[in-house]
Design a protein around this ligand. Structure first.
Ligand SMILES: [Zn+2]
Length: 296
């Protein structure tokens, strides 16, 4: 379900490509299950629901979409394995609900190139034919990717290989829509991307700021609210956990100082929240929440 609101005068929408079921341990790294299962209960296969949220910003530079979800090129077997909704065009449906279609998007900003963040970059020209041509989903958009991320994705190692799939970006190179950027970017009035290394070498987050109001789309710099409350909680996915911790420390300080609206990309319970002082340091007070297991 999309959520629409304004940051100052800038309209923003949280949209989603749905959810998948992921091994709980991979999101909580070294944290024992007896601790993290108090935050989110796993199913009998130790999986937890992980949302694939994206952010849409109606900016002075046009429509900016941050991340594109898992997309629809994945096989029915994968969908079953990862407990994914079998409907096609989940993200497109959410875009439609807030009044837009894929052709309207001017800029796609990719936090990084893991498949659950950029799989929707491209799609099958015939959704019912897995052999059909792969084409860009957002036909009028420039897709912005960090140079280091592009390098890590293009030359993966034994550990990173399973997260990177060239069909998610190769066709954009050919269509001339891929734009490589280096470091922090001013994208529009009040909209900027900032690199926060740790999860990958150049993962980027998005800030939306206008007057006294601000929003931070955290991507995988802090994908669950519980990870913002506890600096040491770092996903097993992160390539450089100590840099992730330093990145979070820095973001936490800014979030507290500026009363920032935090958007959590994968958290199946806390969509947004703000850091507020508590007895054991600042903790996230949720604003928009969802139910992780609605059927039980
Ligand atoms: Zn990731």
């Amino acid at each position: 379900m999309p959520y629409s609101f304004q940051i100052g005068s800038i309209p923003c929408h949280i949209v989603s490509d749905g959810q998948q079921l992921i091994d709980g341990g991979s999101f909580f790294g070294l944290v024992p299950r007896v601790l993290w299962e108090r935050v989110i209960r796993p199913d009998e296969k130790h999986r937890i629901p992980a949302q694939m949220r994206c952010l849409l910003v109606q900016s002075s530079a046009g429509l900016i979409l941050v991340d594109t979800g898992q997309g629809d090129k994945i096989t029915p077997e994968y969908r079953t394995e990862f407990g994914m909704d079998n409907s096609n065009q989940r993200l497109e449906s959410d875009l439609n609900r807030v009044g837009f279609s894929p052709e309207d998007i001017d800029i796609v900003l990719l936090t990084h190139l893991h498949a659950d963040h950029c799989g929707g970059n491209t799609r099958l020209s015939d959704p019912n034919d897995a052999e059909s041509e792969v084409v860009p989903t957002f036909t009028n958009a420039r897709y912005l990717i960090q140079r280091l991320e592009m390098a890590e994705a293009s030359f993966p190692n034994e550990r990173t290989r399973t997260h990177y799939y060239p069909e998610n970006w190769e066709h954009l190179r050919r269509s001339g829509q891929l734009e490589i950027v280096d470091g922090d970017q001013a994208l529009a009035a009040g909209v900027r991307s900032v690199t926060v290394p740790g999860h990958t070498g150049s993962m980027q987050v998005l800030w939306v700021e206008d007057g006294s109001e601000s929003l931070l789309f955290l991507g995988d710099a802090c994908s669950w609210a519980a990870h913002m409350d506890r600096l040491a909680w770092v996903p097993a996915f992160d390539l450089e956990p100590m840099r992730s911790i330093e990145g979070k420390r820095n973001l936490r300080r800014q979030a507290e100082e500026k009363n920032v609206l935090l958007v959590f990309q994968h958290d199946s319970q806390v969509v947004t929240g703000r850091l507020r002082p508590g007895p054991r340091g600042a903790t996230v007070v949720p604003e928009i929440t969802e139910v992780a297991w609605p059927d039980s």
